[in-house]
Design a protein. Structure first.
Length: 265
């Protein structure tokens, strides 16, 4: 399966962001991508003050735009994430759509990004956002995928839960920053890949040093051996990688660290 990660520049203009995402998804499809992923909070600045302002309910304009991107380009689309409004709550939510525009999955970020690093980044998502619950997996003709958002990837138990639910790849819309990115981004994605003997793929916004929150970038794909197959660097672009799920089965048989029922599913 050919996977494309859209490492796009995110501005303060929601309409501009949606147009940029639509153009990139079309370009990725033109390059033969079958599954396309957008970054975390692709439609708004990564700022807690912006989340309620830019937020929309499921079925709103952003949801409809993502649905059209999937259907018009006949791709499986992981729609990054967006601020989702439900009642008086705001969630950091990723929607997944089939090539017919059907919603396949919704993941609300379970572990909120609350950090206060001495001399580095301070960010408190819980000031605005509510957490989701549980793990999320979805099926495609290529295999079963797990889905989580950014800070979720730091929690091995969630990754293992997705693995035990049959995932052969974990997809991660994300936006690590310039404090944690250089230290932990690649490390965590490779570790979860090796821990669970599957592919990990994380899609981040392009780096914008003029933004209030500066994304580390480096959208990345790692295979079940922990090898980095692709790294998007810092600039806007489309990062493609081929995922061969036979590799997952082979690695699980050769190095039997997972329970027997997970070695060939």
């Amino acid at each position: 399966m050919k996977l494309a990660l859209v490492q796009m520049r995110v501005s303060a203009d929601k309409t501009e962001n949606l147009s940029a995402a639509a153009a990139a998804v079309a370009a990725a499809a033109g390059q033969g991508a079958e599954l396309v992923m957008l970054p975390e909070m692709f439609c708004c600045p990564y700022d807690t003050r912006c989340f309620p302002v830019y937020g929309e309910p499921a079925g709103g304009n952003v949801w409809q735009a993502l649905r059209r991107m999937a259907a018009e380009n006949r791709v499986w689309l992981v729609g990054g994430s967006m601020p989702e409004l439900e009642g008086d709550r705001v969630y950091n939510t990723s929607f997944v759509f089939s090539p017919t525009g059907e919603q396949l999955a919704r993941h609300r970020k379970v572990h909120l990004f609350d950090i206060d690093v001495a001399g580095g980044q301070r960010f408190m998502e819980s000031d605005i956002l509510s957490p989701g619950e549980g793990c999320t997996v979805f099926d495609t003709p290529f295999g079963r995928f797990g889905l989580c958002i950014c800070f979720d990837i730091r929690f091995p138990a969630l990754a293992r839960e997705m693995t035990e639910a049959g995932a052969k790849a974990i997809l991660v819309p994300a936006a690590f920053n310039m404090t944690t990115g250089p230290l932990h981004w690649e490390l965590l994605l490779r570790a979860r890949a090796v821990d669970n003997q599957l592919f990990t793929a994380a899609c981040a916004p392009a780096r914008d040093t003029g933004a209030g929150y500066v994304s580390y970038g480096h959208s990345l794909v790692a295979d079940p051996w922990g090898t980095v197959l692709a790294d998007g660097g810092t600039e806007a672009g489309i990062l493609c990688a081929e995922l061969d799920f036979g590799t997952v089965d082979a690695v699980r048989r050769q190095i039997p660290v997972l329970p027997p029922q997970l070695r060939d599913i």
